[in-house]
Design a protein around this ligand. Structure first.
Ligand SMILES: Cc1ncc(COP(=O)(O)O)c(C=O)c1O
Length: 389
């Protein structure tokens, strides 16, 4: 084992050394190490992680089945709670069938290599989540990354002569930028060029669409447009785990070949029950999505009023691009000291020179809390201006 102290030191001096933060209490009012305040850095957009119906469903599943599923899904780990979740999810998403995974990361890591391999091409948006990139690398297919949201560049590449499957991968909502991929245009380009589109809707599920069924519901795309849909339960659904949804034939293929589902213990029964309950809450309590939208609108209006320029997405992920990693770290630390818990996101998670604050909003944030965050941020930025501006 070669632990590179020099490299670690270099990372620290460039402001990109990662640290595991100790969280002592949460999720919304949070204590993290020496800081305490209101969290603006989680993905619990609808605050379902503490919803009574979700907690209750999880407790009941523990009482009925115990703590774990005790085996992989293909051995004896696939319990009635997993079947219930698969059916509920398939119905909600308008897909024939679903396969569950321990996380959305595992879903992408398992699905891509099960679909593509040597001799195939995988085309990823440059800002795709790491799990899609890792799945593509693992597949052994030729990986090409097209410019962010640039459907024209993608289509030119797809149109070039080439053998094998052409698989296109994109996030629906980009995890560090918060913007929405041009899904209808991507689907049309894939259809014209005979490529298969796979969308990771980790940040769209629960938030987008009339019934909260995600980005594909919001854009009116069906299984023909997007044959492979993955996503997770760790964001707006407040639990953990991942899935892939598609035709029964696709899911049957993945049951044979998606190694991260085949060779991994099935999600805990309490997780499956909690997610099923969370889907029920999304459908029964649309006011949560409405409240979230109001908070996003308020945040953006108030930020503009304070002269803060934000790149533009209308979703719960609001990046504030600060440039150098050191500056992003400094600003985040000052916010945390004042009780606004915001994290700095730095390279290599985001491209060099685009270190940022990743501010996330939830339905339960109060306008006074949003106000206080933005006033503090405007003050800190005024005292620590962008040297390149
Ligand atoms: C777009 C996207 N896909 C996948 C994942 C992985 O999700 P999970 O935490 O369920 O592994 C994330 C979150 O980190 C994400 O943002």
């Amino acid at each position: 084992m070669r632990l590179e102290a020099a490299r670690m030191q270099a990372r620290a001096s460039e402001g990109v050394r990662r640290r595991q933060l100790r969280v002592d209490d949460g999720p919304l009012h949070c204590r993290m190490g020496e800081y305490e305040g209101i969290s603006f850095c989680g993905n619990d957009y609808l605050n379902l992680s503490t919803h009574p119906a979700v907690r209750e469903a999880m407790k009941k599943a523990i009482d009925r089945y115990g703590s774990g599923s005790c085996a992989s899904q293909l051995v004896c780990g696939h319990l009635p709670v997993h079947r219930d979740l698969e059916e509920r999810l398939a119905q909600w998403l308008g897909r024939e069938s679903v396969l569950l995974f321990g996380s959305a990361y595992q879903a992408n890591l398992g699905v891509v290599p099960a679909l593509a391999g040597r001799g195939d091409q995988v085309h990823c948006d440059r800002l795709c989540h790491a799990s899609l990139i890792d799945g593509a690398r693992l597949s052994g297919a030729r990986l090409r990354r097209y410019r962010h949201a640039d459907t024209d560049q993608l289509e030119q590449r797809l149109a070039a002569p080439g053998e094998g499957l052409k698989l296109v991968l994109t996030d629906s909502v980009f995890s560090m930028d918060g913007d929405l991929a041009p899904l209808p245009e991507l689907a049309a380009a894939c259809s014209r060029q005979g490529a298969v589109l796979m969308v990771d809707d980790a940040h769209g599920i629960g938030v987008l669409g009339r019934n909260g069924a995600g980005a594909l519901e919001a854009t009116g795309l069906d299984t023909c447009d997007v044959p492979v849909l993955t996503g997770g339960f760790g964001k707006a659904l407040g639990c953990s785990g991942g899935f892939v949804a598609g035709t029964a034939e696709l899911i049957d293929h993945l049951v044979q070949h998606a190694r991260s589902a085949i060779y991994s213990t099935a999600p805990a029964p309490a997780i499956a029950a909690g997610v099923t309950a969370a889907i029920g809450v999304v459908l029964d309590e649309p006011w949560r999505r409405a409240r979230l939208r109001e908070n996003i609108g308020y945040f953006r209006r108030r930020a503009a009023g304070l002269g803060l320029e934000l790149p533009g997405p209308e979703g719960p992920i609001q990046p504030v691009i600060l440039g150098a990693a050191g500056r992003a770290l400094r600003v985040a630390r000052r916010l945390c000291e004042q009780g606004h818990l915001v994290m700095a996101i730095r390279p290599p998670t985001v491209p060099a020179g685009t270190a940022r604050l990743r501010i996330t909003l939830t339905a339960q944030h109060e306008t006074a809390q949003i106000d206080a965050l933005l006033v503090a941020l405007a003050g800190i930025l005024a005292r620590d201006p962008d040297p390149g501006a």
